[in-house]
Design a protein around this ligand. Structure first.
Ligand code: NDP
Length: 468
């Protein structure tokens, strides 16, 4: 069995128990990680507290040098780490390499730069000198869908800011976090600055959220668990950032290039088998062009090849676990019950083994249906007709979520005017692509705070003013 990483070394958990890691494409157990216990969290927090004074006092540019070295090591090991991600999360290999390994390497490199340029930025306001200081010990809890990206999006800015960290990866896909620890260790991160306790959310995650020695919790996962984490953190008045779920709308206005908008929208909804918090799972199309869009979406969905994540022909891998597959199948059944019209996919177990679900498209989805309101986290796209732009905006804003969205229009100006009315943290304009330096996060029940770039760094900083 692997170990826990505490005080710069690999140690066993006091529980002596293991969590099995399963390959979702084969349903076989591929590894085991320790099921951490509350006293393991105590040890990790003690190590992080002990390391904090020296690390926070290390010149920011020197902290940045460790991150720069780590970025280089990650790039060098990218192929191997992408294979790990493809194996334990089921992401198609090409996507695991580009989106899930090289993007985090870029994020590490960016925080290497920001550590030097921004971490200690000070400015004057009248007779005051305003300082930026690290928050302290950070508890980072991540989920399984982008396991390396999410860990890097928390650990890199925290370390750049001068914080020390206890990381808990998801028990479902924990292996990429081990690779990150190896890399930062090799890059020369001092002992205790980063610690990792694997194991179950209900034990390790809760112990971290409530721990008096942790100053800030940075969480990625479901809205339900995010609420629980925030409640546990409240008595200690910890800073909390939450990256939660979404139900993002893709508004296609009448003058848009319909074929481009539908193809890009389908690709976004099915990316990583729909297991992306910002996935554009609701496509809103003007009634005049709705039938055309439905036919295009059905055609596009039929062109997706399900299969082995290591096969270059595969566009859709399995869902991450049997539980996730069952959850998605439950929502597909709800769609039928509510009277939505299945125009593509809908089947589960399309392959003899692995947690696969066919890429699925529902037409005739009405605002208020369960499949229109709740996050499914699988390859399920809903097409919703609208008549007026105001109505489209109302439907887009009509869920408890507010993570992302997209607008397609004849001109950028027209799309931006609609995007300004969406209550979400990010909006793609006419296919504008993900920018890993731009702030990422949610309005409403999609979260608190922002990750990535300068905004992500600031989450890990306190502000102090000295009156001179
Ligand atoms: P969870 O919210 O259950 O888990 C996210 C992280 O929190 C994991 O590390 C998990 O550990 C941990 N955790 C679980 N319970 C607790 C707890 N009581 N206290 C503290 N930490 C806890 O999400 P899942 O990974 O199970 O996914 C479920 C749903 O969440 C998905 O179907 C999707 O709707 C949504 N989701 C949203 C994501 C996003 O990026 N916005 C990402 C992933 C999921 P462990 O893995 O051990 O349970």
């Amino acid at each position: 069995m692997r170990g826990l990483y505490i005080q710069g070394t690999w140690v066993p958990s006091s529980s002596g128990e293991a969590v099995a890691v399963v390959n979702p494409a084969t349903e076989e157990v591929l590894d085991q990680v320790p099921a951490g216990a509350a006293d393991d969290v105590d040890r990790a927090v003690a190590a992080a507290r002990e390391a904090f004074p020296a690390w926070s006092a290390t010149p920011p540019a020197d902290r940045g040098k460790v991150l720069e070295l780590a970025a280089g090591l990650l790039r060098r090991r990218a192929e191997e780490i992408a294979r790990v991600i493809a194996t334990d999360s089921g992401a198609p290999l090409r996507m695991a390499l580009r989106g899930q390994t090289l993007v985090p390497a870029g994020v590490l490199a960016e925080y290497a730069r920001l550590a030097g340029e921004r971490a200690a930025a000070e400015h004057r306001i009248g007779n005051s000198l305003v300082l930026r200081e690290p928050v302290g010990v950070v508890g980072a809890i991540t989920s399984w869908n982008y396991p390396l990206h999410q860990a890097v999006a928390k650990v890199a800015p925290a370390l750049a800011a001068g914080c020390t960290v206890v990381l808990k990866p998801s028990e479902v896909a924990p292996l990429a976090a081990y690779a990150l620890i190896d890399i930062l260790h090799e890059a020369g991160l001092p002992a205790g600055v980063l610690n990792m306790v694997s194991g179950r959310g209900a034990i390790v995650g809760e112990a971290m959220a409530a721990h008096p020695g942790i100053d800030m919790i940075s969480f990625t996962g479901s809205t339900v668990t995010g609420r629980r984490v925030a409640a546990l953190a409240a008595p200690g008045v910890k800073r909390v950032t939450l990256e939660l779920g979404g139900k993002s709308a893709n508004i296609i206005l009448p003058g848009a290039d319909l074929a481009a908008a539908v193809h890009a929208g389908v690709a976004d909804a099915f990316f990583h088998s729909g297991q992306t918090c910002s996935a554009l799972t609701r496509m809103l199309v003007h009634r005049d062009r709705y039938d055309e869009a439905v036919a295009m979406a059905a055609d596009a969905a039929a062109g997706y090849t399900l299969g082995d994540p290591f096969d270059p022909a595969t566009r859709l891998g399995p869902l991450v676990s049997a539980a996730q597959r069952d959850r998605v199948v439950h929502y597909i059944n709800r769609g039928h019950e509510e009277g939505a019209r299945l125009i593509a996919g809908g089947g589960d177990r399309p392959l003899p083994r692995g947690y696969y679900v066919e890429p699925t498209v529902f037409a005739g989805v009405a605002p208020g249906m369960v499949i229109e309101q709740e996050e499914i986290f699988g390859p399920v796209l809903s097409l919703i007709p609208y008549t007026w732009t105001d109505e489209a905006v109302e439907i887009a804003n009509g869920t408890p979520y507010g993570l992302s969205g997209a607008v397609w229009a004849a001109s950028e100006q027209e799309a931006v005017a609609v995007a300004r009315r969406l209550r979400t943290g990010q909006v793609s304009i006419n296919g504008g692509r993900f920018n890993p330096s731009a702030p990422f996060g949610g309005y409403k029940q999609s979260g608190l705070g922002r990750e990535l770039g300068e905004h992500g760094l600031e989450e890990y900083q306190e502000t102090k003013s000295l009156q001179l």
